[in-house]
Design a protein around this ligand. Sequence first.
Ligand SMILES: Cc1ncc(COP(=O)(O)O)c(C=O)c1O
Length: 402
Amino acid sequence: MPLSPPQTQHLDSILPAEPLLLMGAGPVPISHAVSRANGVVINHLGETMDAVVSNVKMMGRYAFQTVSDKIIGVSGPASAAMEMAITNILWPGRSVLALSMGTFSGRMAEMAEGVGAEVTVLKSTGIEPVRLEQIREALSKKHYDVITMAQGETSCGVEMKCIPEVAQMAKELGTLVVVDAVCTLTTMPLQMDEWGIDIAIAGGQKGLSSIPGVSLIVFSDAAWKTIESRNVRQPHWCLDALKAQTFWGSQQYHYTAPVPGILALHEALRQICEETLPSRFERHRTSSIALQSGIETMGLKLFVPIKDRLNSVVAIQTPEDTDSAQIRKIMSKRFNVEISGAFGMDIMRIGQMGEQCRSHNLFKVLYALGMSCRQTGVDLDVSLGMAELELNLVIDPENLVD
Ligand SMILES: Cc1ncc(COP(=O)(O)O)c(C=O)c1O
């Protein structure tokens, strides 16, 4: 019997009347230019699209600070780009040292196991990055074909600051370096070529302030040579980098490209180039530091000590005897602001990526957080926190973040 059509619901009846301000760990708000581009569909092959792709590659090279022409947009979440990295350079018989300091840096190890590589996981010893000494020791004991790491571990708010040193060590040993810069790209320095990174990955929905579902990956010459020399069958078809390069390198058909997402990425990258990286880094730094001071001054505790703290996603300890889910529910219902919980940890996370780093968004999120905590019985001085935020943002007109 044919199925009858289901009862339908208009999208407007599901979405909140006023969109929630997305101040969590991603996705992040997008600019009007990005949103407009995301509403356009053009033919994915042809002169117009060629011009768009060529611009995305050119501007992407600036974002990653590389001259590599092996820059590919992936139709899929950042995890798909991570999978493209792993499945192209690892196969049975090849080895990887996966540095893990949480959910995302550990994910590449899972992917490597999936393709049958020999996987060694080196974990951080607490809420901190894997330390240089640990890495040096592991690399001195055995040769690895690949080492993987995340610049920012979004799940707990830890930054891996020693990537240049690790990459240099790895280079000397002939080990390929893979860096997940999903939440960090364009929020803080990353110099792909100068540091010696072989594969770098970014998602659209975080630092780049584009839409989720279209990601970017760049390969160095050394990584590309490894892929070309591969004589084991590649198990993936969509994620085969050589096939993807037919579209991204020669404008030939691989699969139907996610046109609106690429147009959105074009606009996000254009805005990054117009802002310039140094100004963008400074906007992110000032914004995140001001927010952190406001949070602490109000009476809440930050989760990660300052020396390892990630500025792109700020983790806050949930106050004792309260429930983070309850606080976040009040924030969204009463203040129209959304922040993130965590993966099994008693923390709340506020994103500081792209469009989140605007002073009007900072005041709104800090006020919403403070007042929602107070509503659950936490004794906080919200006004003092707001004053601290203001002081840090506007004391010097140069530091205005809008
Ligand atoms: C550092 C990091 N890596 C990878 C991912 C995975 O991204 P996606 O959810 O787009 O697959 C995330 C997502 O939060 C992330 O923060």
